[in-house]
Write a protein that binds this ligand. Structure first.
Ligand code: TA6
Length: 329
């Protein structure tokens, strides 16, 4: 059940504060019950729109923004957010050959549907507490099911499903994970196939100074050159429009590291998400995307997207699947 916003004028604060305890994470419902924000006692913060369960902002203790968000991003629920971390489910891109999802819009319906806020916890933030300890992290849970979908989406993808998307903020990282469940039951239950991906727009100062390690000697689909090939045994630099689906040879537990001017900025490890998509639209691509502004913004972002997008995950009635990522900064 989504928590009910109080009718008070000031946004309610879901702070777990008990006298005598050290300062606790603060969780607020804001913007007319359309966003959830969390702030750690040490200043790190995250802000999530219920629309698409889209992470809009992630800041470190000094208040430095770690994600890129287009100045032209629609934040009124009228279309998928350009930037932050939109969520891709049940299809990555579009696939006309895949009957089950062929009627869905690009990247599916998860990023363009209002999710429910299921609540917060600090006890199970195991995804990051090993890095930092429970009280210095907060986990926010969001839910989406068949009943949340528009009639159009339900018609396009008539499966009984449930998603729980968790965003865990800690002092040195952000973890996102998704649990997918086939809620149909028994003999009448219908299996379904899906893809999922966390479409993370990382903020950088200048793409010319950026390199990515952890993708060496790995197979990838090059959607610009329209070919499938293997990357060289060297780190990746971005010097033109880049749209690649890597299956990193080191597997999900080997970090993919984004560095700038030789200094590590982000390190990403994955669980059950075997692919990493690297995307930068470059100048021409930015010009063609209406809500990608400023048009020079391609210099300040790189999408490094953890996903399960090669082939399809299949869930029979009652089965569950989970995948996630941890981004350390
Ligand atoms: O993740 C890379 C990609 O699939 C690119 O091909 C590009 O389409 C990008 O996603 C953005 O897609 P969107 O539907 O958000 O414009």
């Amino acid at each position: 059940m989504a928590s009910k916003a109080s009718s008070k004028k000031t946004p309610p604060t879901l702070t777990v504060s008990s006298p005598g305890l050290p300062p606790q994470p603060q969780v607020n419902i804001t913007h007319g019950n359309s966003r959830i924000s969390a702030v750690l006692p040490t200043g790190e913060s995250v802000e999530i729109m219920l629309y698409g369960a889209t992470i809009l902002s992630w800041k470190d203790t000094a208040g430095n923004e770690k994600l890129w968000l287009s100045e032209g991003a629609k934040l009124d629920g009228s279309k998928a957010v350009r930037g932050g971390v939109p969520l891709v489910f049940p299809v990555f891109g579009t696939d006309a050959s895949h009957t089950e999802t062929s009627k869905l819009p690009q990247h599916g319906f998860a990023r363009t549907t209002r999710w429910e806020f299921l609540g917060k916890s600090t006890s199970e933030s195991s995804a990051v507490s090993s890095m930092d300890g429970g009280d210095n992290s907060v986990k926010l849970d969001f839910g989406l099911s068949h009943s949340n979908l528009s009639a159009e989406a339900r018609a396009a993808w008539p499966y009984d499903f449930g998603l729980i998307y968790s965003v865990t903020l800690s002092r040195d990282g952000l973890a996102t994970s998704i649990v997918v469940r086939n809620e149909s039951e028994g003999e009448s239950g219908k299996g379904f196939e899906f893809q999922t991906l966390m479409h993370t727009y990382l903020r950088v100062n200048d793409i010319a100074d950026v390199s990515v390690e952890g993708l060496e000697s790995s197979p990838y689909i090059d959607k610009v050159a329209v070919k499938t090939t293997t990357s060289p045994a060297e780190k990746l630099s971005i010097t033109s429009k880049t749209d690649r689906v890597y299956t990193p040879a080191g597997g999900p537990s080997k970090p993919v590291v984004v560095s700038e001017a030789g200094k590590k900025k982000f390190s990403i490890v994955r669980d059950n998400l075997n692919e990493v998509v690297v995307w930068n639209p470059w100048k021409d691509g930015a010009e063609e995307i209406g809500d990608f502004t400023p048009k020079t913004g391609f210099k300040n972002m790189i999408c490094v997207e953890a996903g399960a997008v090669k082939g399809w995950q299949k869930l029979e009635a009652g089965e569950t699947w989970e995948g996630g990522q941890i981004i350390n900064c």
